[in-house]
Every structure is written in structure tokens, then in C-alpha cells.
Design a protein around this ligand. Structure first.
Ligand SMILES: *Cc1c(COP(=O)(O)O)cnc(C)c1O
Length: 396
């Protein structure tokens, strides 16, 4: 069996490029994986679009190629916040779907699921039929006996929360991911490679898309937050609650030696594990920092995270000219209110920021945090205690 990896491109938003996938298919292709959603940026790949392309191929060549949807994260997100998005068995070529219980299924590592459209999709040679203790048992696993605790935990979560509980939970994750995205872009120093906070159909960072996203967020924040109604997500792009970001071009121009790896390492000091890693081969020169928002995240978590990212960024910049020890020993600033930051930017930056306004904005933000520094030393002690108490916030 040969695995053919389809290279990503800027045009495909760093996920499956349907045209390139079609070029790589031949008469020996047994199936195609489509990912919901990308580990890198949280984008959903276009399952329905891929299925249409396979239809055309079927008409032209007669090849019948099934899709497997790797829905590790997205299959536990999309049904709750994007119920109208067809990515599942509503799409003709989808033959099987897998998802992880231990991500947004809210249970422990050790359980995942795969479902087939119909019994014919799972060749009988792959299942064991065993006459056992007086009955016939059918099984499709790599190991035979295994503990049931994971299943029971998953079963409990499903009936405990139900569809409405999962919808609330996923809605809150989406809200906090959008809050984080808008706040990061509002600092001027960062731009998001993820697009789940942008108006539907708008992709990629520019001054115009940043403004559109923060205005939309300001308008819809209240109904998003209170969330048992999934329709608040209709105005946003599809995607999972994942924020992939990097220094903005403006920031790199201003600070050519700025280093994201150092920011990632410094954030560990504050208890955050935020990887800085390259995009898939082909666009591997772009490195991104990535945060996955969990159901335990709150607005306060986002406030502390943005404060710590700004602290780490400022410390990294100071360490370029000062001894690292000195840079590191700066007291930790108090938290910023990210919803104020988001609102503020939506209200005051109706037009696009030029370089000098951007500069004064970023420095103003750091200054605002700096002014509070005197009052902060006692607050910082409290925050430090609180941070030590808090369990490590980490991404999956
Ligand atoms: C997490 C993940 C996997 C791996 O799933 P496990 O249940 O941890 O084995 C596969 N694909 C994607 C897209 C993922 O996000």
C-alpha cells in the first residue's frame, strides 16, 4: 500500500487541495482521507467538495473512490455548532468516519470511534466471528479483551450533557477561541492563520479582515456567550476552536530578530504549553503558535493567556538587548480584559491602521499594562499564587 500525501498550498488555506488530490488519484486508489479539521490551523477540509470531484472522476473514468473522514476533533464539534454543514453520511462518497472520545468527547485517552455507512463498507475478512460462551461475537479490534471504563465514561458524558449540553459546551469553546483570536489581532503584534473568528467566506489576515472580524465579534459576542443556540455560528467561518497565530508582518519588520520559539519557551514558565511549529511540508517555512480551547477555558483564562503572551513577547524583545535574567525578572503585569480590548478595537479603529498608528497602539497597550505595574506588584503576587495553584493549561 502506498500513501500519497497531497501537498497543501496558500490557495487551499493549508488544507486539502482538491485539484491536487484529483491529480494524484489513479485506477489503483482505494480511498481518500479528508480531515475535519486540520491539526495545524483548525480549518475543516471540504468533504462535500471532494465528493463532487470524485463524482466527476466516476463519470469520466468509472472509478469508485470512497472517503474516510478523520473527524478526530471536528466530528465532535461540527454537529453541535454547524448542524447544517454536510461532512458526514449526507455526503455520497463518505464511507467511514472516525473521531476521538478523548478530545471533545470529554473522556480519557484510550477511546476513539469509527463508524461505517453500512455493513458492506467493512469487508468481512477484517472482522472476527467467534463462537464464544454460547453466542457468536463479531469483533473488529486490534486487541480482544480490553477495559470498559473508557466506554462507560463516554456513555456517562453523552447522557449527562445530552445534545444541548454539548452544544453549550462547544459554543463556549468557539466563543473563547474567537475572543482570543480577536484580542491577539487587536494587539497589532499577531495575526491568525486560523479563520474561525472571521466572517464566513473571509480568509487570511489583512487590515480589512481584522476589522471585519472584530466588528462582527463586538456585534455578536453577547448572544454567542450565552450559547445554547448554535445559529450564532452561522455568520462565522467553519472550523474548530483552535487559534493558530504568528508575529504580524508589521511586527517582524519592526523587530527583525523577534523569535517565536523564545515566546513559546517563555510561556512554559507561566505554565502554558503552546507549541511553535512549522506548517505542513510545502509551506514549512511558516511557523505558528497554536492554542486549542478546551471546555474548561473561561474568559479569565483568555485574559491571563493574552497577558502572558504579551509579557513573553516583551521579555523576548528585551532579551535581545539586555541579559535574559534581567528581562525575565520584570514583574508580571496585571491581566488585560480581552473583551474590553476587542470592543475597544472595534470602536476606535473603524479605519485601517497605518504603520505609525499600529506602533503607537502596540506601545500604548504595553504602556497601559506598564502604568498599572506599580499597583501590580501585590496583584502579581496573588496572580503568581493563583497560577501555581492552577493546573497546567495545555493543548491536546
Ligand atoms: C488527534 C488527532 C488524531 C489522533 O487521534 P487519537 O484518537 O489521539 O489517536 C488523528 N487525526 C487528527 C486530525 C487529530 O486531531
Amino acid at each position: 500500500m502506498e500513501a500519497r500525501l497531497v501537498p497543501v498550498s496558500d490557495k487551499s488555506r493549508y488544507v486539502l487541495d482538491i485539484e491536487k488530490a484529483v491529480e494524484m488519484i489513479d485506477e489503483n486508489t482505494v480511498g481518500l482521507f479528508v480531515i475535519l479539521g486540520s491539526t495545524y490551523t483548525g480549518h475543516f477540509e471540504d468533504v462535500a467538495g471532494m465528493s463532487k470531484a470524485l463524482d466527476r472522476l466516476h463519470k469520466e473514468r468509472g472509478w469508485e473512490i470512497p472517503i474516510h473522514v478523520d473527524g478526530a476533533c471536528g466530528a465532535m464539534i461540527a454537529p453541535f455548532v454547524f448542524p447544517d454543514l454536510a461532512w458526514d453520511f449526507r455526503v455520497p462518497h463518505v464511507a467511514s468516519i472516525s473521531t476521538s472520545g478523548h478530545k471533545f468527547g470529554l473522556t480519557y485517552p484510550g477511546i476513539g470511534w469509527v463508524v461505517w455507512r453500512s455493513p458492506e463498507c467493512l469487508p468481512s475478512e477484517l472482522t472476527f466471528e467467534l463462537s464464544y460462551l454460547g453466542g457468536v461475537e463479531k469483533t473488529f479490534t486490534l486487541n480482544f479483551s480490553h477495559p470498559a471504563c473508557f466506554l462507560i465514561a463516554q456513555y456517562y458524558q453523552f447522557i449527562r450533557f445530552g445534545r444541548s449540553g454539548f452544544t453549550r459546551m462547544v459554543n463556549a469553546c468557539m466563543y473563547h477561541a474567537r475572543l482570543l483570536s480577536v484580542a491577539l489581532e487587536a494587539t497589532g503584534a499577531f495575526e491568525c492563520m486560523s479563520d474561525m473568528h472571521r466572517p464566513r467566506g473571509q480568509f487570511g489576515f489583512s487590515e480589512a479582515t481584522r476589522l471585519a472580524a472584530s466588528n462582527l465579534f463586538a456585534e455578536s459576542a453577547m448572544c454567542q456567550k450565552s450559547g445554547a443556540d448554535p445559529s450564532v455560528n452561522d455568520v462565522y467561518n467553519y472550523g474548530q476552536p483552535e487559534v493558530a497565530f504568528r508575529f504580524s508582518d508589521w511586527f517582524i519588520q519592526k523587530n527583525p530578530n523577534a523569535n517565536q520559539d523564545v515566546v513559546s519557551t517563555l510561556l512554559r514558565v507561566r505554565g502554558w504549553i503552546i507549541p511553535n511549529y512549522p506548517l505542513p511540508p510545502n509551506r514549512g517555512s511558516i511557523r505558528i503558535l497554536r492554542v486549542v480551547i478546551r471546555e474548561t477555558s473561561s474568559e479569565d483564562t483568555v485574559n491571563r493567556l493574552v497577558r502572558d503572551i504579551m509579557w513573553a513577547t516583551q521579555t523576548m524583545l528585551e532579551s535581545l538587548t539586555k541579559p535574559l535574567g534581567e528581562a525575565l525578572l520584570r514583574p508580571l503585569p496585571p491581566t488585560v480584559s480581552t473583551s474590553d480590548l476587542a470592543r475597544d478595537v472595534a470602536a476606535t479603529h473603524k479605519e485601517t491602521l497605518n504603520d505609525s498608528r499600529r506602533s503607537s497602539h502596540w506601545e500604548g497597550l504595553l504602556g497601559k499594562i506598564g502604568e498599572l505595574k506599580a499597583a501590580a506588584s501585590s496583584a502579581a503576587a496573588v496572580i503568581d499564587k493563583e497560577a501555581k495553584k492552577a493546573v497546567y493549561q495545555h493543548s491536546c
